[in-house]
Design a protein around this ligand. Structure first.
Ligand SMILES: Cc1ncc(COP(=O)(O)O)c(C=O)c1O
Length: 435
């Protein structure tokens, strides 16, 4: 039996707090591709934690690096000071990002990476004498974290509705989820013209008012929406023709999820800024980063008087030394075990297994790419009701997934074997088929 913990003082994030005790979901240990309840019952990790543990749980190399660093240098102030691990990590990340996107700024989360990227865009235009560019363009159904900038460019109604007008002047492209074409594996052949929404925004508001457009190359948290073929290229073309910065939010797609280090490489589009976070420390410590192009760094720094701070932004824990060694150890594991290549090789069998679920009556659509898949379920009485019920039933069946509304999201760890994936899909099938 698991112990019961009181919610008297603990306020759980993005959780139905009042319903938690109906089925407490308490996790006390993790190893490999399993999480464990206090009773020792294993739960297969179908979503790499929350997209952040691709190398599997409990990696000794990371634990050792963390413990050594706490003893060596537990903290050093990041403003006007630096430490060696930060330099090493920035260098290591810049080896993975597309050429030219090699100035790395550290944060502590995906949300902070998004805020940082948006502020870089504003600072860049201002430094070049274009401070009229204040608008951001996001997209419907996007998730860019929970801080005010990210909420503003995000496109999830429940995340936004309680929080007022948000950033003024923000515009949204239409999403690319097709209402009619369902069960399409990989990139849809049609829909790249939806990128022209950016041109419409320019025609209506003037390019001179737009600082940046931000998209997730593959929409993650809303349920895996894969970009139509040519869409990202078209968006890139329009943005660069009009001096608008393109930001790829790769908090989920970064570090191998699509089989390459970043989706920018998978889809062959080099944006101006990439945000990243999840997977950087294999989930062990909070850390995020933003990769910016040279031209952004150079413009912002050149505009400030010599010897003065150029970018008035940063966090107390930016590039924290302990998180930095956790990240270095993680990147080392990715390289030593060739995990991005492993993810690329698992993608086809994984997608095949997922798309085989389409015969289940309650499944209304499936989308997927790389080691990401979204499975839509028919809405029950109210949106989200069936999804929450499925989450709980899957938990009881020993499978941990992410559910947004009525969409089940799978994002298995890269260290999973074909047998592990088969077991994952078997458990999912038996629950969904029983609905
Ligand atoms: C694309 C994207 N951006 C930003 C975030 C926010 O990251 P965090 O929860 O670390 O703040 C997420 C989290 O899921 C995400 O998927």
């Amino acid at each position: 039996m698991n112990r019961e913990y009181s919610l008297e003082h603990h306020w759980l994030p993005f959780t139905a707090n009042r319903a938690y005790h109906e089925l407490p979901r308490l996790i006390t240990a993790a190893k490999g591709i399993y999480l464990f309840e206090e009773s020792g019952r294993p739960l297969l990790d179908g979503c790499s934690g929350l997209f952040c543990v691709p190398a599997g749980h409990g990696r000794e190399e990371i634990a050792t690096a963390i413990s050594r660093q706490v003893r060596q240098l537990d903290f050093s102030p990041p403003f006007q000071f630096a430490h060696p691990e930060g330099f090493k990590l920035a260098e290591a990340i810049s080896q993975l990002t597309p050429p030219g996107l090699d100035k790395i700024f550290f944060t502590n989360s995906g949300s902070e990476s998004v805020e940082t990227a948006l502020k870089m865009a504003l600072a860049y235009h201002r430094a070049r004498g274009e401070s009229t560019r204040y608008r951001f363009v996001g997209r419907e159904l996007a998730y860019h974290g929970v801080n005010f900038g990210g909420l503003s460019v995000g496109g999830m109604i429940r995340n936004r509705e309680a929080f007022g007008p948000l950033l003024p002047g923000t515009l949204h492209l239409r999403h690319t989820k097709s209402p009619t074409k369902r069960f399409l594996p990989g990139q849809p052949a049609e829909g790249d013209d939806l990128a022209d929404d950016l041109q419409r925004a320019i025609d209506l508001h003037g390019a001179a008012s737009i600082a940046a457009v931000i998209v997730e190359p593959i929409v993650g948290s809303v349920g895996i929406i894969v970009p139509p073929r040519g869409y990202l290229q078209r968006l890139h073309r329009i943005a660069s023709q009009h001096g608008i910065l393109l930001i790829f939010d790769e908090v989920i797609t970064g570090f191998g999820r699509t089989g390459q280090p970043f989706a920018a490489q998978t889809f062959d589009v080099v944006p101006d800024i990439i945000t990243m976070a999840k997977a950087l420390t294999n989930g062990t410590l909070p850390m995020g980063a933003v990769a910016a192009s040279r031209k952004i760094f150079d413009s912002i720094t050149a505009a400030a008087a010599p010897g003065t701070i150029e970018f008035f932004h940063g966090y107390t824990y930016s590039g924290h030394p302990v998180a930095a060694v956790a990240a270095l150890a993680t990147l080392n594991i990715f390289e030593q075990e060739d995990l991005f290549q492993k993810a690329a090789m698992l993608a086809a069998p994984f997608q095949e297994m997922v798309f085989a679920l389409q015969d289940i009556p309650v499944v209304t659509d499936i989308r997927g790419f790389g080691l990401l898949a979204g499975i839509d379920l028919a809405i029950d009485e109210k949106p989200g009701q069936r999804g929450f019920a499925v989450l709980k039933t899957l938990f009881q069946a020993g499978l941990l997934v992410r559910v947004t509304n009525d969409t089940v999201i799978l994002a298995p760890p890269f260290v999973a074997s074909i047998d592990d994936l088969t077991l994952m899909l078997k458990r999912l099938r038996s629950v969904l088929a029983g609905l």
